[in-house]
Design a protein around this ligand. Structure first.
Ligand code: 5HM
Length: 341
């Protein structure tokens, strides 16, 4: 097989890569103090990139962080203030304590640079509008000058994203220099497929496939036990757990992203407290209302005592998001459920 393995969604790709590296790694590395098993060169293709969330009890993904990161990218940001609230571990990658560097991919993709008046994203969309079969819709992310920064704590792992319009669909190819298969891969594919869908919406196209190439595909030794438990779970269960992931509304624009992030900031700073009814009256599409519900859930977890919280927000989540929140924050969900979790 000379083309990437085609799989329906991220969960299948994640499990295949974990199996590959666990059973048959090429190298054992300890780059920058991180011991890991590595395969050089790995790839997959997702036929349904909206299936971007795995539902595994042993690998409790954090959908709140995933949406926060995707929106942080879409808004072209690099501030630690927002993303560090959802992922405190990212603070150690900042050189000045205020900004992220190479991994702030949205900052590179969505802001004009190099004297241009348009961002790389807008340039590529302009190109694809004028020649749909183009092979030139490549958004470079890794920058040569990152190599010149000594002890760089945050060098981009994403080399670039490639957008291709074929048969009325928008396909994406992602090139990573390195991917931590148990951590980075899950948030990367979530966010990059969100960027793909946002681009498809702007171009008025259907979603195509998502293809992912990795130079160094590795699993850190410190996560090896969890990876083992995930693989045991995948074999032991009678069938995969599946929830549909809705399509991004075709009305979504940069203004929608800004609107959602305005609410996000009010919740993050605890200046606003929302009920489900309040979010329903926000004027946002139900798809983006789900994201606000997640941000309100996180505000409650961060700022409120669980006894003081009304369960209506948790109960208004779509079943798949509810499942993930219930597994990730089981004590919080159980307390709101009256101990039924
Ligand atoms: O030493 P190096 O810069 O390669 O370490 C970065 C680590 O974070 C690697 O394990 C890389 O695979 C992982 N990573 C990832 O998987 C990092 C980022 C942030 O750029 C990412 N995905 N998006």
């Amino acid at each position: 097989m000379l083309t990437p393995l085609s799989l329906p969604g991220l969960e299948e790709a994640y499990l295949s890569l974990l199996r590959l590296v666990s059973e048959d790694h090429n190298h054992h590395i300890s780059a920058r103090g991180n011991d890991a098993r590595e395969v050089i060169g790995a790839s997959f293709r997702l036929s349904d990139p909206r299936r971007r969330l795995p539902f595994l009890a042993e690998r409790k993904v954090n959908p709140i962080f995933h949406f926060a990161e995707a929106l942080w990218y879409l808004a072209g940001r690099r501030d630690l203030e927002m993303i560090g609230y959802y992922a405190p571990s990212m603070r150690s990658s900042s050189r000045d304590g205020f900004h992220l560097g190479g991994s702030a991919y949205g900052h590179t993709i969505f802001n004009p640079a190099n004297g241009d008046t348009l961002s790389l994203f807008d340039r590529v969309l302009e190109l694809l509008r004028s020649e749909s079969d183009s092979k030139r819709g490549y958004i470079p992310v890794f920058a040569a000058d990152e190599l010149a920064i000594s002890d760089n704590p945050d060098m981009a792992c994403l080399a670039g994203l490639h957008l291709l319009v074929r048969d009325g669909r928008l396909h994406m190819v992602c090139y990573m220099r390195a991917n931590d298969l148990d951590c980075g891969l899950l948030s990367d594919v979530f966010s990059f497929t969100m960027l793909q869908e946002f681009a498809a919406v702007q171009l008025g196209l259907e979603m195509g496939s998502y293809t992912h190439f990795i130079g160094s595909a590795h699993i850190c030794d410190r996560n090896a036990e969890r990876v083992h438990r995930v693989l045991v779970e995948a074999v032991a269960r009678s069938a995969p757990i599946q929830f549909p992931f809705p399509a991004m509304p075709t009305s979504t624009t940069a203004a929608t992203v800004a609107d959602v992030l305005e609410h996000e900031e009010a919740l993050r700073t605890n200046k606003a407290h929302y009920s489900a009814a309040h979010i329903q009256a926000s004027g946002l599409d139900p798809y983006w209302q789900q994201v606000l519900l997640l941000f309100e859930v996180y505000r409650q977890i961060q700022h409120d005592h669980v006894d003081a919280v009304n369960p209506d927000v948790l109960n208004a989540l779509d079943p798949g998001l509810r499942w993930l929140v219930g597994h990730r924050w089981s004590a919080y969900a159980a307390a709101l459920d009256g101990g039924e979790q």
